[in-house]
Design a protein around this ligand. Structure first.
Ligand SMILES: Nc1ncnc2c1ncn2[C@@H]1O[C@H](COP(=O)(O)OP(=O)(O)OP(=O)(O)O)[C@@H](O)[C@H]1O
Ligand SMILES: [Mg+2]
Length: 473
């Protein structure tokens, strides 16, 4: 069976006949006498290669080939012409709409080679398309599974799993209770690791939208173009690799909640698009002209001061008023010290279960140290510390010696927890060859916090250049 279908278009009968004779042995050849006839063949047949004469009445070859892109986007386009210098032709070639032009009169053998080569490229392209489609399908499936797992995981999230009996946290819980049954837009603020993501999930999974999706997106994690398509979706052909129409998170979460983490990192363009969702409930997929309507609750979070971002022209004030309808600030752990023992106990139970460990309590010395420490990484840091302690402890109780490294003699370092943190930072700096962002990630703190800690502990480090000196260890 002949593998590929060719379409040759020319208003001269003789040329059509010659071309048919040249190719009919190897390919299935279709002919058309003008542009309209050609478009109708393209609609009906899966044409792999179109070869068109440039000079035809009504529709030129270039016009036809450009229109054919909408019907057969992957077909190879060749133009036959006696005139190589027309502006339209050059533009079409430059835009990549035309694979090649062949000047008249052509050499039969050469033309056969050109077509053969072009079809080799077509074959590769189609293979890529097939692989991409497979990848995409696998990806979609993973995303569905992931969403399902997340849904299952958080379905039963209860206040009992958000620990805190301090007055500060009780105020937070009161605010959450006021807003939970409404569709009101919420802005969660607080330092890294204070529980913003946890609270956003709680609000969704305990409110009226819980049976619809909760989708979260970190606005600082993707470059602008990718984030735009992730949030709003795209139309097939909107950019290279956009081989299908794709829904974004806003559409996926219709009826549910979109959680926009690190909202301050959103680019100005996307801030405008988000403003439109908030004001009019509508947006456009990338590359699409029509608007889509969605009903989503938006919860955003940031550990930056948005007022400063506005003053520095990095954040739109009109968007700020829209996302800040109901602000909830989660205070840092150092301002609610009474929560530390409860949280420590909660984490101990969690990791003990997870690791099948016999550890069930802390020594008094450990409890004392925990309450003296400032936890720049907040609950996340506390959690990490306890996870490590459970792992390292050999008997039923976490002793200070089990997990605190040898003291280091920095006069500025007051508690043993701080000594431990200092040593841990130095250890990570060595492992990561001085790369601050990796150290901050492993410590569960922001780079700014890490920077402050480095100064506080007197560790003089040249970023990315490794440890240059440990002043007081
Ligand atoms: N009150 C709390 N009770 C129990 N666990 C908590 C509490 N607050 C935070 N956590 C836990 O601490 C970790 C960090 O919390 P979360 O990811 O919600 O912080 P975040 O404020 O979103 O941080 P970031 O700004 O870095 O995104 C999570 O594992 C979370 O479950
Ligand atoms: Mg978070």
């Amino acid at each position: 069976m002949k593998r590929y279908k060719l379409l040759v278009v020319d208003d001269e009968k003789d040329i059509l006949r010659t071309l048919t004779l040249t190719f009919e042995e190897d390919y299935e050849v279709f002919t058309a006498r003008n542009g309209m006839e050609a478009l109708s063949v393209l609609e009906r047949q899966e044409i792999a290669l179109i070869m068109a004469d440039q000079r035809m009445p009504e529709m030129t070859g270039v016009e036809l080939l450009q229109r054919s892109i909408h019907i057969r986007p992957h077909a190879i386009r060749i133009i036959l012409t006696g005139y190589t210098d027309t502006v339209a032709l050059i533009q079409a070639i430059n835009k990549g709409h035309i694979y090649q032009y062949v000047t008249k009169p052509w050499d039969r053998q050469e033309l056969r080679v050109t077509v053969k080569r072009a079809l080799d490229s077509y074959e590769l392209l189609m293979e890529n398309e097939r692989l991409l489609a497979e990848l995409r399908a696998a990806n979609e499936q993973l995303r569905d599974e992931n969403t399902f797992i997340k849904k299952e995981l958080h379905k039963d999230l209860k206040f009992s799993e958000i620990i805190g009996h301090s007055a500060a946290m009780r105020r937070v819980f009161d605010l959450v209770n006021k807003v939970i049954d409404t569709p009101v837009t919420v802005l969660l603020t607080g330092e890294t690791g204070t529980g913003k993501t946890l609270l956003a999930r709680y609000i969704h999974y305990n409110g009226p939208r819980k049976d619809k999706l909760f989708v979260e997106q970190n606005c600082g994690a993707l470059p602008e173009a990718l984030l735009e398509s992730e949030l709003f979706g795209h139309k097939k052909g909107a950019f290279t690799g956009a081989v299908y129409d794709q829904k974004g998170l806003f559409e996926a979460a219709d009826g549910g909640t979109v959680f926009l983490d690190e909202i301050s990192e959103m680019s100005p363009l996307l801030q405008v698009k988000l403003l439109q969702v908030l004001q009019e409930g509508r947006f456009r997929r990338v590359g699409d002209n029509s608007y889509r309507q969605v009903d989503v609750r938006i919860i955003s979070a940031t550990n930056k001061d948005l007022d400063t971002e506005i003053k520095n022209n990095r954040f739109r004030s009109d968007l700020y008023y829209r996302i800040n309808v109901f602000p909830i600030h989660i205070p840092p752990l150092r301002e609610r010290l009474e929560d530390i023992p409860l949280l420590a106990d909660f984490c101990l139970k969690k990791y003990r279960r997870k690791m099948h460990s016999p550890v069930s309590s802390f020594s008094e010395e450990v409890v004392h140290e925990l309450s003296r420490y400032s936890f720049p990484g907040n609950v996340r840091e506390l959690e990490n510390l306890i996870e490590r302690a459970v792992l390292l402890s050999s008997d039923g109780r976490v002793e200070i010696g089990d997990w605190l490294p040898q003291p280091c003699y920095n006069p500025g370092v007051s508690s043993r927890m701080e000594q431990m943190e200092r040593s841990e930072i130095i250890r990570l700096l060595e492992i990561h060859h001085g790369k601050h962002h990796l150290v901050a990630r492993d410590m569960g703190m922001s780079r700014t916090t890490l920077w402050r800690r480095l100064k506080y502990y007197g560790i003089q480090i040249a970023e990315e250049a490794g440890i240059s000196g440990r002043t007081a260890s």
